[in-house]
Design a protein around this ligand. Structure first.
Ligand SMILES: NC(=O)c1ccc[n+]([C@@H]2O[C@H](COP(=O)([O-])OP(=O)(O)OC[C@H]3O[C@@H](n4cnc5c(N)ncnc54)[C@H](O)[C@@H]3O)[C@@H](O)[C@H]2O)c1
Length: 278
């Protein structure tokens, strides 16, 4: 099968630096001819009362993001600062797309955050506070809905478009390393994928899918998770095909973004088959 993404506008969220899964996916889409719009966490006019540490974190994060995009993807890629916890920031991004006259064919959701994962430790679920629970849900699950709602309200999503969110087997199972609070948020993300697939498919033939990827400790999010190094090794041994690579993931996302795709509401596994193991 031969396909390309020529003439298609693809939104890529979740690039932090060159270790981000979203960057490998962006490269694949670009190579297939897509026009890229990349968002990165950064300071915006909507951030109020930031501490000095908070401000310097956001500034550093955004400059790493823009440098990475420029270096790895080129000058022609549109970049935009986006903190998905701020609705006004999401809406301003959607307005920006509208003003640029852009119509969106595909969206990659590659965003996760859980404050109960700190300095290589994951808090037991029995100690997770209401705020920590809501924060992880907000950033890692609700953000998918909030983003797509904002695009939908402005009629930015084309008929037959495609949305993909990144997930993990820990959404369903208690995995071998602690995943806990973020696992609950990933469950919500996957359930949202199905509800959105139903409504957007019926109305606009838009596909919404999630992909559960192998443990990957090279990224910032991956390296923060307790025991992921060991999990990466054991999954590699136990999976029929060994762990999937970031490139495998990118190819699967691009496949789901292809014109004429009729797959939706799926929670796919790109994990070398690890998910079949008992
Ligand atoms: N690393 C793994 O083992 C693994 C495995 C399966 C799935 N995933 C998923 O893949 C996705 C990408 O993770 P990654 O491993 O590439 O790590 P990463 O750290 O490169 O990506 C996580 C991204 O979330 C962004 N983010 C966090 N809070 C945000 C906010 N408030 N607003 C906007 N963006 C925010 C970060 O800036 C970062 O770009 C995540 O959804 C993650 O759960 C990762």
């Amino acid at each position: 099968m031969n396909f390309n993404l020529e003439g298609r506008s693809v939104i890529i969220t979740g690039i932090t630096d060159s270790s981000s899964l979203a960057l490998v996916i962006a490269k694949e889409c670009k190579q297939l001819g897509a026009k890229l719009i990349c968002t990165g966490l950064g300071k915006t006019e909507f951030h109020q009362n930031l501490s000095e540490a908070g401000l310097s974190f956001l500034e550093r994060t955004y400059s790493d993001f823009t440098e990475t995009v420029k270096r790895e993807l080129g000058d022609d890629v549109i970049t935009y600062p986006l903190d998905v916890t701020i609705q006004k920031n999401i809406d301003s991004f959607a307005e920006f797309l509208l003003n640029q006259g852009l119509q969106i064919h595909s969206v990659l959701h590659s965003i996760a955050m859980d404050k109960t994962i700190r300095q290589g430790k994951v808090k037991p679920i029995m100690t997770v506070s209401r705020e920590e629970f809501m924060d992880a849900m907000n950033v890692s699950a609700f953000s998918l809905l909030a983003l797509i709602q904002s695009f939908y309200q402005r009629n930015l999503l084309v008929q037959g478009g495609s949305i993909v969110a990144l997930s993990y087997l820990g959404a369903e199972r208690v995995v071998s390393h602690p995943y806990k609070n973020i696992g609950v948020a990933k469950s919500a993300l996957e359930r949202l994928v199905k509800e959105m697939a139903m409504e957007l498919g019926k109305e606009k033939q838009i596909q919404v899918n999630a992909i559960r990827f192998s443990p990957y400790r090279a990224s910032k999010a991956g390296s923060a998770i307790e025991g992921l190094e060991q999990a990466e090794k054991s999954c590699d041994t136990l999976a029929p095909l060994g762990n999937a690579s970031a490139k495998d993931l990118a190819e699967e996302v691009a496949y789901l973004f292809r014109p004429g795709n009729r797959i939706t509401g799926e929670i796919r596994h790109v994990d070398g088959g690890y998910h079949i193991r008992g």
